[in-house]
Every structure is written in structure tokens, then in C-alpha cells.
Design a protein around this ligand. Structure first.
Ligand SMILES: [Fe+2]
Length: 235
């Protein structure tokens, strides 16, 4: 039996949350990503600025649109309700504005070079999002929220080392995204329950999360002069 097939069967184990194996897998990927990140104390000011700027270039204009796409793609009432709550909070509390303020205070407003650095991987995620595949999008966004929560202390440290005292964005997202992540796994359970059997292999369900992982890796690991490398390098 292939590992994928085993995972697919695991997803159907009675009594266990159907999303549990996926959650475990995503936790592992997040852990690996974080472990690969350079120690902020060893980064130059330009490297620190670059990470904040690329993070900002990706998140500010895309997060709400990707969550909206997820809303459009899911089928269950439960997933719709959970994602709507998430979107309302993003919009009502002006999270894009909060991120802009954070980047500006750290003197890390994205430039055209920052946008170009993430362009290829960003387009990869957008192409995936355009397929509006409900379950896979919920998996991707649960991964995103889970990673963001764990990344906030790192991002806050980069900004502090840039001399910034503006931490509203990182303070808020270190907390609310824990709840959002849990909500998205609940939404995922509701969506998985509607899937016709057999449940697709885990590798297929992780497609969007994988594309997003490549983008996150580029946000953190990109170095000037390295344009043109493949996304898998340095991961
Ligand atoms: Fe947010």
C-alpha cells in the first residue's frame, strides 16, 4: 500500500476527526519551515528588511482574496459560516492597513524588487486558487493561518531589530490566527464529510499548501541576486 493510500484510509478512520492526519502533516511542514529560517541575529539590516517587505507584498493584497476564494469554493454551511467570520474580522479590523503600518514602521515598504522576488511563486499560488477547489483551499488556508501564528514572534523580532516599536499586527495575529486555524480545521472536517468516496490521497489534498509553502520559503530565503533560481532551492 502506498503511503498516500494509507493516509487516505486514515482520513476515514471512524471516531477520529477526518482532518487530524492532515493537521498533523501540516504541523510538521510548519515546523520544518520555521526550523529552516535564519537566526535574525545573523541577518543584515537589508536581509531583515527584505523578509518583512516580501511578507507584506504577499499578505497585504492577497490574504483576503484567497480567503474569499475559499468562501466561494466550499460547499458546507458550516465552512461558509466559519470562513465568513474570518473574513469579517479581516475587513472590519482592517488587517491590510495594520500590516501596512507594521511594514512602514520597520522601514520595509515593498518595492518593485520585492514584488518581483516573490512573483513566480505568488503566481503559482494564484493559479492554484483560480481552480476554486474547496477542500484543497481550506487545507491551504489552514496551513497559512497555522504558519502565520507561529511566524509572528520571528517577524516581530525582525521589526524590533529594525528599530520599530510597532507590533500591533504581530500581536494581533499571534493570537487570532490560533482560533482561525482551529476554525478552518473544523471547516475542513465539514468539507471532507461531503466528499464522495474514495477520499483523494493526501498528496492531492496538500497541493495548495505545497504551492504556498514554496512561496513562504521564498519570502524568507530569497537573497538579492538569486533571481531565476528554482523555487525548491534552499528549502
Ligand atoms: Fe489578518
Amino acid at each position: 500500500m502506498t503511503p498516500d493510500r494509507q493516509h487516505a484510509l486514515d482520513l476515514m478512520t471512524p471516531g477520529q476527526s477526518a482532518s487530524a492526519p492532515l493537521q498533523e502533516r501540516l504541523d510538521g511542514v510548519i515546523h520544518e519551515l520555521l526550523a529552516s529560517f535564519p537566526n535574525p541575529a545573523h541577518l543584515s539590516a537589508a536581509d531583515r528588511r527584505g523578509i518583512i517587505a516580501r511578507y507584506s507584498a504577499v499578505l497585504e493584497g492577497n490574504f483576503i482574496y484567497w480567503m474569499t476564494a475559499t468562501y466561494l469554493a466550499v460547499e458546507s454551511d458550516e465552512a461558509h459560516a466559519i470562513i465568513e467570520d474570518n473574513l469579517r474580522e479581516e475587513v472590519r479590523d482592517n488587517h491590510p492597513g495594520m500590516l501596512r503600518k507594521f511594514a512602514m514602521a520597520a522601514d520595509a515598504m515593498p518595492t518593485d524588487s520585492d514584488a518581483l522576488a516573490v512573483n513566480r511563486d505568488l503566481q503559482g499560488v494564484r493559479q492554484f486558487v483560480a481552480r476554486l477547489s474547496g477542500v484543497r483551499l481550506v487545507v491551504m488556508m489552514a496551513f497559512f493561518e497555522g504558519w502565520i501564528t507561529k511566524f509572528m514572534p520571528y517577524l516581530a523580532e525582525l521589526a524590533a531589530r529594525q528599530g520599530s516599536t510597532e507590533q500591533e499586527y504581530t500581536d494581533v495575529h499571534g493570537v487570532v490566527d490560533i482560533v482561525h486555524t482551529q476554525g478552518l480545521f473544523q471547516a475542513l472536517d465539514a468539507e471532507l464529510a461531503l466528499l464522495p468516496e474514495p477520499v483523494p490521497p493526501m498528496a492531492q489534498l496538500l497541493e495548495g499548501a505545497e504551492a504556498l509553502g514554496a512561496l513562504i520559503s521564498t519570502i524568507v530565503h530569497f537573497r538579492a541576486g538569486a533571481i531565476g533560481r528554482t523555487t525548491s532551492e534552499g528549502r
